[in-house]
Structure formats: structure tokens, C-alpha cells
Design a protein around this ligand. Structure first.
Ligand SMILES: NC(=O)c1ccc[n+]([C@@H]2O[C@H](COP(=O)([O-])OP(=O)(O)OC[C@H]3O[C@@H](n4cnc5c(N)ncnc54)[C@H](OP(=O)(O)O)[C@@H]3O)[C@@H](O)[C@H]2O)c1
Length: 297
């Protein structure tokens, strides 16, 4: 059985969607109102009850404080969810010897490095969101060291929630021109690809093709390929045939309360080798997303 927390967020909704392709896996989806990860006692009770009913229970934590810029003025709120909430989950998982799958961010890599980051590379999170996500990773690995899988991912989008691709589709329908930052380089991630990968890994473990002990630690997942936000916006308009032009601008022309890393491409060699994954290129997955949104022309 898999318990998905934060189930009404973007990634949580993607788990709900792709779960239909895994009819053999029982799922429990809990949104923020139904299960608040910052409320230790209630969280523990829920997990204990589920644990009593099933031999196999995995916790997939999609709950997070993700308002990157707002976090600068709400540091305690971000810390509550991204560090304390994650620590709560990890403590309860340790108590019951349960695997915890948790998601983190490429924003931990805010350095001058300009080659793809490996999981062992130096981190330097800047800004409250990135720092609280980093603190959450550390708290989870400390509390539940043998069974915590941290998946660092980047530039997540899908047909659900708020994300860059949906914003571009909206702006592209309203305007003739959008200006988009061209000097931040990363890898877009289609959230259903990430959700599918987690469920694939769950099955590999259930089928004893991979040992549970091999999951713990930090892993990278993003789609293949590299892009700037300008490249991504241009591809959205090209594939949806929206007649909107894109003008490349510099980060300094679009100031935000929280700084973003200039380069945060994730090296995915480790996860591909460990689980035999073939990861789709971001352009292929972007077309899939636009198709799902009825916007692929
Ligand atoms: N989006 C990206 O570009 C990106 C990039 C890299 C990594 N990530 C990571 O990927 C994960 C999923 O992100 P996402 O895009 O799905 O974020 P999201 O859409 O903001 O979803 C987060 C969900 O968590 C819920 N939540 C907030 N506080 C909670 C609490 N105390 N207890 C339970 N649920 C709570 C939110 O509910 P409410 O909305 O009701 O508050 C929301 O439904 C996060 O760990 C994020 O840091 C995202």
C-alpha cells in the first residue's frame, strides 16, 4: 500500500492520475486538510492505523511549502512544512520501519558549477525555500537513515496545479509577446514521469528485483535534455501553435524576492543505472503534457 500525502498538490494529483495504470497497488491519498504533516500526533495515529492493516506500507510525501518567493517573508511557515513536517514523517517511518519517498529540489545546487550535478556535489541553497528543503532532506535522512529515498527534481510541470507551462499557455493566449529569462539553465520535469518512476521502483522492490536497502539516500530525477526558461516557453508556443513571440531576457531584468540558481542541470546516471530507467526527453514529455491539456496542435 502507498500513502500519498499532499495529494491535492501538483505532484500528488499526478500520482492520483498514474495510479490507474497500477491496479495492483492499493493507494491512500490524503490532502493537506485530511492529513497535515506538521501535526505529529494525528500523523502518527493515521500511519499506525494504516500500518496495522497492511504488511507493506510506503509513504510518498508530496506535501511541501512551494511558494518560493513568498517563503522569503514566511520563513517559519516554510520551515514548519519543509523541515518539521518531513522530520515528523521520517520519525514515524523509522518507528515502524517504513520507506519514505520524499522530493527535493535542484535549488539546493546554487553554486558556480556549470556541469551537471551529481548527488555527491556540493550544495549551497540560497533563499528560504531552498534552505528549508535542504533542512528537510537532512532531517529525514537522519531520522530514518535506512529507508529514506530523497528524489531531487527540477522545473516540475504537468496538467495540474500552477506551473510554468500552464502560465505560458495562458499568457500566450492573451499576448503577442512574452519576455522570458534565458540565462537560467536546467531540465524540465513532467510530473507524471516522476510519479511513474516512483511506482516503477515500488514494483521492483515488491518483486524483489531491487533490495529496499538500496533505495536510501539522494537521487536525481528530471527529464533528459537541457533548457533555459526561454527554450521551454518557445517550445510551448511552437507545439501549441500559439502565435506568441518570446523575447529572451536576463535574470536581472526579472527580479524576484528569492534568487534562482543560474545552472541546475541534474545528472541522472545513478537512478538510471540502479533501476534500468529510460527517461524521456523533455520535448517528448512536453508534447505529452500539451496533448493531455488539449493544446498540442
Ligand atoms: N514545482 C516545482 O517546480 C518543483 C521543483 C523541484 C522540486 N519540487 C518539489 O516537488 C514536490 C511536489 O511539488 P508540487 O509542485 O506538487 O507542489 P504543490 O503543488 O505546491 O503541492 C504541495 C502540496 O502540499 C500541500 N501541503 C502544504 N502544507 C501541508 C501540510 N502541512 N500537510 C500536508 N500537506 C501540505 C499543499 O496543500 P495546500 O495547497 O492546501 O497548501 C499542496 O497540495 C515538493 O516537495 C517540491 O518541493 C517541485
Amino acid at each position: 500500500m502507498i500513502l500519498v500525502t499532499g495529494a491535492n498538490g501538483q505532484l500528488g494529483q499526478c500520482f492520483q492520475k498514474v495510479s490507474a495504470q497500477f491496479p495492483n497497488i492499493p493507494f491512500i491519498f490524503k490532502n493537506a486538510t485530511e492529513l497535515d504533516i506538521t501535526q505529529y500526533a494525528a500523523l502518527r495515529k493515521t500511519i499506525q492505523t494504516l500500518r496495522a492493516d497492511t504488511e507493506t506500507l510506503w509513504i510518498v510525501n508530496c506535501a511541501a511549502y512551494t511558494a518560493v518567493d513568498k517563503a522569503e517573508s514566511e520563513p517559519q511557515k516554510a520551515d514548519q512544512v519543509n523541515r518539521i513536517g518531513v522530520k515528523n514523517l521520517a520519525r514515524i517511518c523509522a518507528e515502524h520501519q517504513l520507506p519514505l519517498i520524499h522530493f527535493s529540489t535542484d535549488y539546493v545546487y546554487h553554486t558556480k558549477q556549470n556541469t551537471p550535478f551529481q548527488e555527491t556535489d556540493t550544495v549551497s541553497p540560497k533563499g528560504i525555500y531552498a534552505q528549508t528543503k535542504m533542512a528537510g532532506e537532512r532531517a529525514a535522512l537522519k531520522a530514518n537513515p535506512d529507508r529514506t529515498m530523497i528524489l531531487r527534481t527540477s522545473w516540475v510541470y504537468s496538467e495540474f496545479g500552477h506551473n510554468f507551462v500552464k502560465t505560458m499557455l495562458r499568457l500566450g493566449a492573451e499576448r503577442d509577446l512574452v519576455k522570458v529569462v534565458a540565462d537560467q539553465i536546467g531540465s524540465p520535469t513532467y510530473a507524471p514521469d516522476l510519479a511513474n518512476t516512483v511506482l516503477h521502483i515500488y514494483q521492483l522492490v515488491q518483486n524483489r528485483e531491487v533490495a529496499l536497502a538500496n533505495l536510501s539516500g539522494i537521487w536525481h530525477y528530471a527529464n533528459e535534455g537541457v533548457a533555459s526558461w526561454y527554450d521551454l516557453a518557445s517550445a510551448v508556443f511552437e507545439y501549441s501553435k500559439l502565435p506568441c513571440k518570446v523575447e529572451p531576457i536576463a535574470t536581472r531584468e526579472y527580479p524576484t524576492p528569492a534568487q534562482r540558481p543560474p545552472f541546475s542541470v541534474l545528472d541522472k546516471s545513478k537512478i538510471k543505472a540502479a533501476f534500468g530507467l529510460e527517461i524521456p526527453h523533455w520535448r517528448v514529455s512536453l508534447k505529452n503534457c500539451l496533448h493531455e491539456l488539449g493544446q498540442y496542435a
